[in-house]
Design a protein. Sequence first.
Length: 276
Amino acid sequence: MQTKLLVPTDFTEVAHTAINHAARLAETTKGEVILLNVVSDKKDVASANKKMLEEEKIAKSFFSDCPVRSIVRIGNIFDDIGQAATEIGANIIIMGTHGASGWQKVVGSHALKVITNSSAPFIVVQKQIMRPSGYDHIVVPLDLHNQTKQKLELVGRMALYFNSNVHLISPFESDEFLLNKLKANIAWAKKYLAGEGVKSNAHIGEKGANFINEIINLASDVDADLISIMNLQKNSLMGMLGSTYEQSLITNDLQTPVLCVNPMTNTVASGSILVR
């Protein structure tokens, strides 16, 4: 089955960065790029369709044989990005952001709501295009929530495509019981990734350190191409994605792209093993 990569575009530079990532992913996964522009009025459709032809050329400039098509919808970005993803069966949405104060350029001032309104995972990019070798290094924060293990399946598939190194990082826990649980989660994650043929290493944060800073510092140290996070409160208006943690990572100063995975409702955790 062909991978379908949906790219909401507002015709800006960061949208073109998202198109770059989508085209390169399409090249690697033998997928299809679907460009989406949402307009609020029927009178804007013709103009948008004309601009979308130029966006398709941009996709092909990154990968000449890129299968690409475009969609223009009348509606609002809060609902229509997620709805379009569902209708076309998108496997992943690649979206550009201008930073914490500039989301409205692409998806409105409450852009994080767009992510929570979709069941598909997102890759959120700023200005960092994909390097020629792809996602060489992926940083994965791992905590005590069972749902955070779910992102490892997608991370594992991505790592196999690009022969990536996965860098797991967990916050320090002063409580011995919780620290042991963290270590068990890390051991499970490393075993899972090894079973998928993925290289990984693990880090536990320093006592009293800011975990966001530790994630960013690790991403800087390994020259990360991707940081993977989990949206644990998908149906909440604010949710974890409205928190300092997620927003700081999505709009990180390194401009490292962020893979944001929504929980799978048909997945349950059994001990340290996820069962579908």
